[in-house]
Design a binder for this molecule. Structure first.
Ligand code: PMP
Length: 419
C-alpha cells in the first residue's frame, strides 16, 4: 500500500514550490500513485479506468512489463548521451522506425519532446528551402517554444512574444467549418495565403491528421492531398505532426497521415513513442537531412540509450499484442456506442475521430453549436475525464477493451442522465 504524502500535502507543496501556471483537470485533483495497463490507482487503492492516457502519451498501457524491463535493463547497463559514443539502442530504434515509414523517409533524429521535434522539423524545412514562411492550421497545437508556438494556433497557448513567419490557414473542420466535409474547398485558403502573404515560395506546411489538443478534429476528407499539392507547387515541404495521431492510435493505419493517402517530407512524433518516457523523433529523407551537416547539430539526451530502448520495446509490444488491430476494433465499437449515446442526449453535438482517438463535443444548441462548457466541466469532474473546453477527448492506452468501452459509455450515460 501507498505510504507517501496525501493529496492535500502534495497540493500545498505544488502551490508553494511549483509554477502557478500548472493547472489541474478537476476540482479535487487525483493523487495517482500506481498505473497498470489501462487502469490507474489513487492513494487509497481506488481503481480508475484511464480513457485519456495522459493525452495519448501511453500507448502500450501503464507500466507495461516489457517496456519497464527494457528501461530497467538498459539503465543497469548504461545511460548516457549519445553524442560521442556508439550504442546499439539508438541505431536499432532508428532502423525499426524507418521501416515503419513509406517512401524515402529513412533518416531519424531523436529529441526529448514533441516541441523539440517540431522545432527541428520547421528549421529543416526553412534551411532546405531557403524560405521562412510556414503555413499551419488554425486550431493546431505543435508545441510551446519559439517556432512551434508560432505554428500553434489557439490563443490560450500563445504568449505575446515574437512568433514570426507563420500563416494560419482556415481549419478544414467538418463540424464547425464553413465548407463542411468538402476538404478541397478549404485548401484554396492555403493558395490565398501563399499568394497574398508570401513571396510565392514558402518553407513548408505543418499539420496533424487529427487535431488532438484542438478537440479531436478530423481534417475534412480530400483536404490534405489538395493542401500538399499546393505546398509542393510553392516549393514547400510537408510536415506531418504525428505526436498524437501516430503509433497505431487511429487503428486503420499506423500513422495518421496514411488515413489521407499522402506522403509527407518530414514526420514528427513524441508522446506514445516512449509510452510515457520522454522521447521524440523527426524522420525525413536523406536529401533533406543533409541540411544539418552545414553546421554542428546535437541534442544531449535526444536518442539516449534508455529512452530508445523503451521506444524499441514499444514498437515490439504494438506488433506482438496487435494493438493497432485492437485500436481499430475497440475504437470502432466505442464510436458506435457514443453515436448511439448522442441520439439519447441532446447535449452531445458531435461524435468524431478514428480508432482510439475519439472526441465527444457537448453543445447547448445543435443549430448554433454553442459550447456547453459548464456542462462539460460537470461531466468531466464526475467521471474524472479528459478536459478541453467542451470536448471530451478519448485517447486511452491502446490495450483498451470492449468492456472498458462499455464501462466508459455507461458512466457517461449515467452522468448525463443525472444532470
Ligand atoms: N504536437 C502535438 C500534436 C501535440 O499534441 C503536442 C503536445 N500536446 C506537441 C506537439 C508538443 O509535444 P510536447 O508537449 O512533448 O512538447
Amino acid at each position: 500500500p501507498y505510504t507517501g504524502p496525501s493529496a492535500a500535502e502534495i497540493l500545498s507543496k505544488r502551490k508553494e514550490y511549483l509554477s502557478p501556471a500548472m493547472f489541474y483537470l478537476y476540482n479535487k485533483p487525483l493523487n495517482v500513485v500506481d498505473g497498470k495497463m489501462q487502469y490507474l490507482f489513487d492513494e487509497k487503492g481506488r481503481k480508475y479506468l484511464d480513457a485519456f492516457g495522459g493525452i495519448a502519451t501511453v500507448c502500450c498501457g501503464h507500466c507495461h512489463p516489457h517496456v519497464v524491463d527494457a528501461i530497467v535493463n538498459q539503465t543497469k547497463r548504461l545511460q548516457h548521451s549519445t553524442i560521442l559514443y556508439l550504442n546499439h539502442a539508438i541505431a536499432d530504434l532508428a532502423e525499426a522506425l524507418a521501416n515503419k515509414l513509406p517512401g524515402n523517409l529513412k533518416v531519424v533524429f531523436f529529441t526529448n519532446s514533441g516541441t523539440e521535434a517540431n522545432e527541428l522539423a520547421i528549421m529543416m524545412a526553412r534551411l532546405y528551402t531557403g524560405c521562412h514562411d510556414i503555413i499551419s492550421l488554425r486550431n493546431a497545437y505543435h508545441g510551446n517554444a519559439a517556432g512551434t508556438m508560432g505554428a500553434t494556433a489557439q490563443s490560450n497557448w500563445k504568449f505575446n512574444v515574437i512568433q514570426s513567419g507563420v500563416h494560419h490557414a482556415i481549419n478544414p473542420d467538418p463540424y464547425r467549418g464553413v465548407f463542411g466535409s468538402e476538404g478541397e474547398k478549404y485548401a484554396k485558403d492555403i493558395q490565398d495565403l501563399i499568394q497574398f502573404g508570401t513571396s510565392g515560395n514558402i518553407a513548408g506546411f505543418v499539420s496533424e491528421a487529427i487535431q488532438g489538443v484542438g478537440g479531436i478534429i478530423e481534417l475534412a476528407p480530400g483536404y490534405l492531398p489538395a493542401a500538399y499539392n499546393i505546398i509542393k507547387k510553392a516549393g514547400g515541404l510537408c510536415i506531418a505532426d504525428e505526436v498524437q495521431g501516430g503509433f497505431a492510435r487511429t487503428g486503420s493505419h499506423f500513422w495518421g497521415f496514411e488515413n489521407h493517402g499522402v506522403v509527407p517530407d518530414i514526420v514528427t512524433m513524441a508522446k506514445g513513442i516512449g509510452n510515457g518516457i520522454p522521447l521524440g523523433a523527426v524522420i525525413t529523407t536523406p536529401e533533406i537531412a543533409e541540411v544539418l551537416t552545414r553546421r554542428n547539430y546535437f541534442n544531449t539526451f535526444g536518442g539516449n540509450p534508455v529512452c530508445t530502448a523503451a521506444g524499441l520495446a514499444v514498437l515490439n509490444v504494438i506488433e506482438k499484442e496487435k494493438l493497432q488491430d485492437n485500436a481499430f476494433v475497440v475504437g470502432s465499437y466505442l464510436k458506435e456506442r457514443l453515436i448511439a449515446l448522442k441520439d439519447k442526449h441532446d447535449l452531445i453535438g458531435d461524435v468524431r475521430g478514428r480508432g482510439l482517438m475519439l472526441g465527444v463535443e457537448l453543445v447547448t444548441d445543435h443549430e448554433l453549436k454553442t459550447p456547453a462548457k459548464l456542462e462539460t466541466l460537470h461531466v468531466l469532474d464526475q467521471m474524472k475525464g479528459g478536459f478541453y473546453g467542451n470536448v471530451f477527448r478519448i485517447t486511452p492506452p491502446l490495450c483498451f477493451s470492449k468492456e472498458d468501452a462499455d464501462f466508459l459509455v455507461d458512466a457517461m450515460n449515467y452522468t448525463m442522465s443525472k444532470m
